[in-house]
Every structure is written in C-alpha cells, then in structure tokens.
Design a protein around this ligand. Structure first.
Ligand code: ZN
Length: 187
C-alpha cells in the first residue's frame, strides 16, 4: 500500500473477501470499517484501503462487491447481488440487509426525505428502532445529523417500487443501487 499522507509504501495484510458464514468474527470489522483501515508504519496515520473487496453472506444469499469498475456476475440466481464504489456504501448496504430491510425501497425513502429536506446531502441509512422507525444520517458542518422517518414512509415507498416494473426489471447482475440509479426512474 502507498500511504496517502507521507507517500511511503508499506506492506499491509489486506483481506480481499469475507464469507461471514465461515468468518462471522470479521463481520463486525466490516461494519465498523476497521477491516479497511491500515496504520502507516512510517507516519502512523490511518490509511483507507482502495482495493476491491467481496462481501458474501451465503445464509442470506447476499453478495456485495466493492469495486470502482463494473463487474459481471453469472450463476448467482436467487442471490441479491450489489456493487458499491466506497467502503461507506458497503457498510450501509450491510446495515440495511442486517435490519431486514430492502435497499431499493431504502433508496426511495432517502430520495423522498431529501426532497422534503430540500438539501443535496449524502443521506445514509443508520438504524431501525423497535417500533419500525428508521433513522437516516448525513454529515453537515463536521457533524452527523440524524433524522427519523416513520415506517409508513417505508411502506409507501415499497408500494411505489412494487408498481414500477421498469425499475424492478433494471435490477440485474451486480446492480449498483443508489440515488443515481434511482433518478433514472423517478422524475
Ligand atoms: Zn504514512
């Protein structure tokens, strides 16, 4: 790895894929991001990995590829397959699926919430409460801002997605499901 602070190179033990059924202990390191952070031995700064990564949960039939470029996936029928471009997006996806929620519906929830907020911020799923209330988060002025939406928003969005056949048909292979993708279907 090359440190993006001091520019020096160092060897880092990079984990390129995790099967959370085989190595459940690594799931926490994915979710808190520590799996992707390496300390530079020269300057001591924390450096984020830029390597491609594969997250595999055989039990949940879930496959998430972290890759800057498009990938093809074959022979994965019955699997939910996603591609993400950043570690932050990967963590959000894992959190959404862990909460028993659907990331397609969540993108529409985020879109609706952003419209109401009147802001263009990178809104992310944060958590779901016991009453089904969904908390979203976004950074502003160096702090994390939280906002809650009722589960009825999620149900309404689920119904809209259900009625949108072209949108659902577009979800193939390692699909990149984000606000950019959603904007092709929602005017
Ligand atoms: Zn360094």
């Amino acid at each position: 790895m090359r440190c993006n602070y001091c520019g020096k190179e160092f060897d880092a033990k990079e984990i390129r894929s995790v099967n959370v059924q085989v190595n459940p202990e690594l799931k926490a390191a994915v979710k808190d991001g520590t799996l992707f952070v390496h300390e530079c031995p020269h300057c001591g700064k924390a450096v984020l990995s830029t390597e491609a990564f594969l997250y595999h949960d055989p039990q949940e039939h879930l496959l998430i590829a972290l890759s800057a470029t498009e990938l093809s996936a074959e022979g994965l029928e019955g699997y939910t397959c996603r591609r993400v471009a950043t570690v932050g997006e990967l963590i959000e996806k894992v959190n959404i699926f862990d909460a028993g929620l659907d990331d397609v519906i969540m993108e529409l929830c985020k879109y609706v919430t952003l419209q109401e907020l009147g802001k263009n911020v990178p809104l992310k799923f944060y958590r779901i409460g016991p009453d089904g209330e969904i908390t979203l988060a976004y950074p502003e002025k160096g702090e994390m801002q939280m906002l809650a939406i009722g589960h009825n928003v999620y149900s309404d969005c689920a119904a809209i997605i259900q009625r949108n056949q072209p949108l659902r048909d577009s979800i193939r292979g390692l699909a990149k499901i984000d606000q950019d993708w959603l904007s092709r279907f929602i005017a």
